[in-house]
Design a protein around this ligand. Structure first.
Ligand code: 13P
Length: 543
């Protein structure tokens, strides 16, 4: 496979020499759209010990082999075709297509199948008649033991992975995740099979003696995957990569990669599956820039985006998001260093429809965005105008809607000066009041990194008078203790709490040194190049 890999990578061959030079890797990324048309790339079949890689052309429909008449057909005359890619122990990977029709699959499955729909529409029924429909872009899991019927409503084509394993008593009901549900975390987990979505930020990841067999389908981004002998492949959207248990090699992510993968085996904290943000008791720091209602002219946007270029070296250690004004979100969303998230400053509570002046999660996701900020004090009645304040109850409704739709959320809280003047107990009582309605939501949330609390004392916002590090730490710890008592300890340990209110490059290093401060929500200073120093401060403090 070594020569095949080299030939397939002529354009970037210089970047594939070891010792690796991350700077060289970061340089060549080209648009995934251009790659998708790049049909000369061939599959690299590795098998045991080596990576296996297939570009979309390997699974093109005319490359699949027709299987012959289907048994049990009772609707139409479906013709199906398949192409295997690789078999790694008890995991096989390949592609399948099928034209319209339906049939009974009465024999319980002896393996768990996962697939991602590339095209078409179909459904599987359970024996009690419960129908599970899926369409292009969906990920489907058919667990071991499922039996029922298959129907293809519209010619379909999929990439699959099948894990053959003993009966472990798992549920036999199919599980489906739509594209809007593909935010980082497990879609399915039973026994030692997990189907998960992960995002890996630019930078290298070394893998030694991989604990699991993993079949990866790349949704977006660009990375190079290298075997221990230096042979490598470039992976972009639409590619399939299979890595066997025991594999040693590395990933070099050129632009943030989002993928859905099937992980089989007993997991250790392997680099192949990115650790959750709180792995080992550590929370991954997070910094947001809230541009509020700035700038006045669209022509200034480019300069503001460029202020964020300096955060690139820290993106492997720190999450970074920017909240442009709603009018500017679509204008800037592709103008940041890859890996920086764009998060609108608000969204509605329901979806599209007759909601004048509002934005829905569907619209946010359609722009390819994964985060949204809600509950800023300036929307909770602190404009100083008789505008209706957004209530705690409304915040909880919005948060539930946001998470159900698969988006992640920054949830702002904070007290006005009159409460701070009464002392820390009054402050914590006010924070508790703002969090009480979301307790059941936090309890149910499996991936606690999907909600970030931004604690922003109103009296510190835009005043140049930040909370002292001791005040901020005391309040963050108080919030965390309250969450431990009212949600649970695991949530309290994992959830990230940002400080906001006149955070800047000068005060960020000291604030960052306190254990319960996990990052910053920055207003004024996020409109200046110093935002990079703020990110640097927290990234370096939390290593
Ligand atoms: P300043 O950093 O300008 O005080 O703003 C903080 C804030 O409100 C961020 O949301």
């Amino acid at each position: 496979m070594h020569t095949i890999a080299a030939a397939a990578l002529l354009a970037t061959a210089h970047a594939l020499q070891l010792p690796w030079k991350p700077a060289a890797v970061a340089a060549p990324p080209s648009a995934p759209a251009a790659i998708a048309a790049d049909d000369h790339r061939r599959a690299v079949i590795g098998g045991h010990n080596w990576l296996t890689h297939a570009p979309p052309s390997y699974f093109a429909r005319d490359k699949l082999t027709v299987k012959g008449p289907r048994a049990n057909t009772d609707v139409g005359a479906p013709v199906d075709a398949t192409r295997p890619l690789v078999k790694l122990g008890d995991v096989a990977v390949g592609s399948w297509s099928c034209s319209e029709g339906g049939w009974l699959s009465p024999a319980p499955r002896t393996s768990t199948e996962w697939f991602i729909m590339l095209e078409g529409e179909g459904s599987v029924d359970e024996e009690d008649g419960t129908r599970h429909r899926f369409a292009a872009g969906d990920v489907v899991v058919l667990p071991r033991g499922w039996s029922g019927r298959w129907d293809v409503q519209k010619d379909l084509h999929k990439v699959w992975a099948v894990h053959t394993h003993a009966d472990d008593g798992r549920s036999t009901s199919p599980v489906i995740a739509t594209p809007s549900q593909m935010s980082d975390g497990d879609i399915y987990k039973a026994g030692d099979t997990a189907v998960r979505v992960w995002t890996r930020q630019p930078g290298p990841v070394e893998v030694r003696d991989k604990a699991t067999t993993e079949s990866i389908y790349v949704l977006s981004g660009e990375m190079f995957v290298t075997n221990q002998d230096g042979s490598a492949v470039r992976c972009v959207a639409g590619d399939t990569v299979a890595l066997p248990r025991g594999w040693t090699g590395r990933y070099d992510v050129a632009s943030a990669v989002k993928a859905v993968s099937v992980v089989v085996g007993k997991e250790t904290t392997s680099a192949a599956a990115p650790a959750p943000s709180h792995a080992g008791g550590k929370r991954r720091p997070i910094v947001g820039g809230n541009w509020k209602c700035n700038p006045a002219t669209a022509s200034s946007l480019d300069e503001l985006c460029r202020n964020f270029d300096g955060v690139a070296p820290y993106l492997d250690k720190c999450d970074v998001y920017v909240c442009p004004s709603n009018l500017h979100v679509a204008l800037v969303k592709d103008n940041f260093t890859p890996g920086i998230h764009v998060a609108p400053q608000n969204c509605n509570f329901k979806g599209c429809g007759a909601y004048t002046g509002e934005m829905s999660v569907d619209q946010i996701q359609d722009l390819g965005l994964g985060w949204v900020l809600i509950g800023h004090s300036e929307r909770r009645g602190e404009f100083g105008l008789p505008t209706p304040a957004e209530s705690n109850q409304l915040m909880a409704t919005k948060l539930q809607y946001i998470l159900d739709q698969g988006l992640n959320c920054v949830f702002c809280i904070g007290e006005p000066l009159s409460i701070r003047q009464k002392g820390i107990q009054a402050v914590l009582a006010e924070c508790a009041d703002q969090l009480t309605d979301i307790v059941p939501i936090l309890r149910q949330l499996s991936d606690k990194s999907r909600v970030v609390i931004a604690y922003e004392p109103v009296w510190a916002i835009g005043t140049g008078e930040a909370a002292t590090p001791e005040q901020a730490q005391e309040t963050h710890k108080g919030i965390r203790d309250w969450i431990a008592a009212n949600v649970d300890r695991a949530t309290a340990d994992a959830i990230r709490i940002q400080y906001g209110g006149s955070a800047n490059a000068g005060n960020a290093p000291e604030l960052s040194s306190f254990p319960d401060i996990d990052g910053f929500l920055v207003g004024g200073a996020s409109l200046k190049p110093e935002i990079a120093d703020i990110v640097k401060a927290i990234a370096e403090a939390k290593v």
